[in-house]
Every structure is written in structure tokens, then in C-alpha cells.
Design a protein around this ligand. Structure first.
Ligand SMILES: [Zn+2]
Ligand SMILES: [Zn+2]
Length: 243
């Protein structure tokens, strides 16, 4: 499947309102990336662990990992879809292919998955380091976070949680070294700690794989005074062995 790059001159807002073709079957849709048939097939809700959003197969509140020693630092996690076909391609086009207009259909799947999620006070994106942001031109997590916040009538801000430097290359490092590097990557803007104190915060990202980045960001928010952190992601990589 090819993900074509749209002409850059057309503003994203105008593109979202135009009829477009389904990314998978080319059926005409009302500005959505997937038609309702493909949506029903590839975005069907499934049982997930309320703590880490891994698929569970049945209606259990927690997966085995979260009942054991692998409790994540956040209070709850919501994912809209599994990170696999066709979402891996759509996320890659959104993130690396300059197709920022895919933020709307991806955010709308997450909004739908959040229907019964408990309320939060504030929505924050996982930040990008300045060099990465300059290279990409936008933070994909912020493009999602601000749309999700708007749909739920919540404030969102991208100036509170910062990533002053990019996380160093992690290959060849021990788990402890990787965690130290990640922990140093995030910082709450000191002047904005008051906006965080005692609040329940939703941290938004496009994909959760191991959860290490989200865990490091969560710990920094907790250190800086957040009362509770929940994680909202569009796509969750299923654990090996889950289908
Ligand atoms: Zn379709
Ligand atoms: Zn779990």
C-alpha cells in the first residue's frame, strides 16, 4: 500500500473538510482517512487492560503483567487500536511523511475510545526535543492532544512538559542506563508547576510500544506535583504472544 504525500500548499483545515478517498479501499469518505467499512473492520473496539492498554482477550480489569511486577507508573491507559495494519502505515505517514492532516482521523479514533474514560483536568502531549521538532515541523503528539482536548472540552498545553534534549541513542545500553537517559529527557517548565499541582493529567502520544518513554514522562509529571497521570495513545503495540 502506498501512502502518497499531499501537496504541501493546501492548508490542513481545508483538506479535512474535503471529500477524500479511503486510504485502504479508495471508497469516497467524508473527509475521514478510512471509510466506515474499513473502520468497522480495523478499528473495532477490543478488551484491553485498564492499566497498560494491552489487549486481554476477555473482560478483565488488569493483564497478568500489571497484576505482577510490571505495574506502570501511570494510573490508567487507553489505546484506540493495535499498532499493526493499517495503523502502522497511517501513523508513519502522519509522523514521518509530513501528512499532518492524518491527525484528525487518528485523534477521532482515540476520542471514540475515551467515551467512558474518567475525566481529567489537563491534556499534555509527549514533547519532542527542539531539534526533532525543527526537523519534522510539528509534534505529532501535540497535533493529536489538542484535537482530543477540544473534542472533550479540556485545556491542552504544549509548554508545560518539555524535552530539552533528545534522548541519546539507546542501543547497547542496559535497561537501567536507558531508564536514566529517559528520566533526564523530560522537564516540567518551572514557571508552570502551579498549573500542574494537584491536577489529573492525560499524557497523549501516537504509539505506545514498551511504554518506557511514557513512563519517564509520567514520573517527571508526578515529581513536579501532578496528582495523577493517565496515558492516552492512538495505537498500542501488542505484547509478543497476544494476537
Ligand atoms: Zn475503506
Ligand atoms: Zn496491563
Amino acid at each position: 500500500m502506498a501512502f502518497t504525500t499531499l501537496p504541501q500548499a493546501r492548508p490542513a483545515a481545508a483538506l479535512e473538510a474535503l471529500p477524500t478517498q479511503c486510504e485502504l479501499c479508495r471508497q469516497w469518505t467524508r473527509g475521514d482517512a478510512l471509510c466506515s467499512d474499513c473502520d468497522a473492520r480495523f478499528a473495532a473496539p477490543r478488551w484491553r487492560c485498564a492499566r497498560c492498554a494491552l489487549p486481554t482477550g476477555t473482560a478483565v480489569a488488569r493483564c497478568g503483567g500489571c497484576l505482577g511486577e510490571h505495574e506502570p507508573p501511570w494510573a490508567a491507559a487507553v489505546a484506540a487500536v493495535d499498532y499493526g495494519f493499517p495503523w502502522d502505515g497511517l501513523v508513519a505517514a502522519f509522523k514521518f511523511g509530513g501528512r499532518v492532516e492524518l491527525a484528525a482521523p487518528l485523534a477521532s479514533r482515540l476520542v471514540r475510545a475515551l467515551t467512558s474514560a474518567p475525566p481529567v483536568d489537563l491534556v499534555l502531549p509527549v514533547p519532542l526535543a527542539p531539534a526533532r521538532l525543527a526537523e519534522r515541523g510539528y509534534n505529532q503528539a501535540w497535533e493529536l492532544a489538542r484535537r482530543i482536548a477540544a473534542a472533550r472540552g479540556l485545556p491542552a498545553r504544549d509548554d508545560l512538559l518539555l524535552r530539552p534534549v533528545d534522548t541519546p541513542h539507546q542501543t547497547g545500553l542496559s535497561r537501567a542506563e536507558r531508564e536514566t537517559n529517559l528520566a533526564r529527557s523530560f522537564m516540567v517548565e518551572p514557571a508552570l508547576r502551579g498549573a500542574l499541582a494537584g491536577r489529573t493529567v492525560a499524557l497523549v502520544d501516537d504509539v505506545m510500544t514498551t511504554g518506557a518513554t511514557l513512563a519517564a514522562a509520567t514520573r517527571e509529571l508526578q515529581r513536579a506535583g501532578a496528582a495523577s497521570v493517565v496515558v492516552w495513545v492512538v495505537a498500542r503495540t501488542p505484547a509478543p504472544g497476544t494476537d
